[in-house]
Design a protein around this ligand. Structure first.
Ligand SMILES: CC(C)(COP(=O)(O)OP(=O)(O)OC[C@H]1O[C@@H](n2cnc3c(N)ncnc32)[C@H](O)[C@@H]1OP(=O)(O)O)[C@@H](O)C(=O)NCCC(=O)NCCS
Length: 191
């Protein structure tokens, strides 16, 4: 992989970072990234425990490709200086209800530069501005302070906490539900 690699569809996040679709043909690159990011993301992201070889990586990306075809989900990667360092997904996408949920991850060395906040702003702009969503959700465990901080930077409101709603690694975790509504969203790229 070299940094000058041409990407057909890419959206600039910063001078040296791009948001691009993440597709099944990129399974090997995705696996290499997950292997590198695993220690950082596994405590919070169940699929990081599943994506352990190229077949599982392709299965995961194919699931999202099928969900995208059905307009029920999407996945995007973030490339920093030509290296895949993280991504975002529409974990749910309910066009008929006007509601969706965004999930995110980064490898540890890519944290702290605002990549996710800026990329998530682009996803919310698209969901609200282009797709007419009225509500974009963000869910995280209360102890995930970096994730909470992103929700806050996006201007989301904490609506409540689902108690013991997330069984993971032998424990029952609470889940915070954050959201922003279309009439609260200031990044009106479509206006
Ligand atoms: C959640 C996660 C993606 C957040 O990553 P992050 O790097 O903290 O978030 P951002 O990319 O938005 O960067 C914000 C940081 O960059 C800084 N920053 C610099 N320029 C910035 C800009 N233009 N805009 C926003 N923040 C900026 C912020 O001050 C903040 O730094 P700080 O942590 O020192 O306060 C990451 O911690 C992660 O992958 N965690 C494990 C997986 C996970 O928990 N996923 C979410 C499950 S709910």
């Amino acid at each position: 992989m070299y940094s000058g690699e041409a990407a057909l569809f890419a959206s600039k996040i910063t001078e040296n970072a791009e948001l691009r679709p993440l597709e099944p043909w990129q399974a090997a690159e995705f696996l290499a990234h997950v292997d590198k990011a695993r220690a950082n993301i596994e405590p919070y992201i169940p699929w990081a425990e599943v994506v352990v070889d190229e077949e599982k990586a392709r299965d995961f990306l194919e699931r999202y490709a099928k969900r995208q075809a059905a307009d029920e989900g999407r996945i995007y990667g973030i490339w920093l200086d030509g290296e895949l360092v993280g991504g975002l997904l529409f974990r749910t996408f309910e066009a008929a209800w006007g509601s969706c949920e965004i999930g995110v991850w980064l490898s540890a060395e890519a944290e702290g530069h605002g990549l996710i906040t800026r990329a998530a702003q682009q996803l919310v702009d698209w969901a609200i501005g282009t797709r007419g969503m009225t509500r974009v959700e963000w869910r995280c465990v209360p102890a995930n302070t970096r994730s909470v901080a992103v929700a806050q930077r996006l201007g989301m409101t904490l609506e409540g906490t689902l108690r013991q709603a997330f069984p993971y690694r032998g424990e029952l975790h609470d889940v915070q539900v954050w959201s922003i509504l279309s009439d609260e969203w200031p990044h009106r790229a479509w206006a």
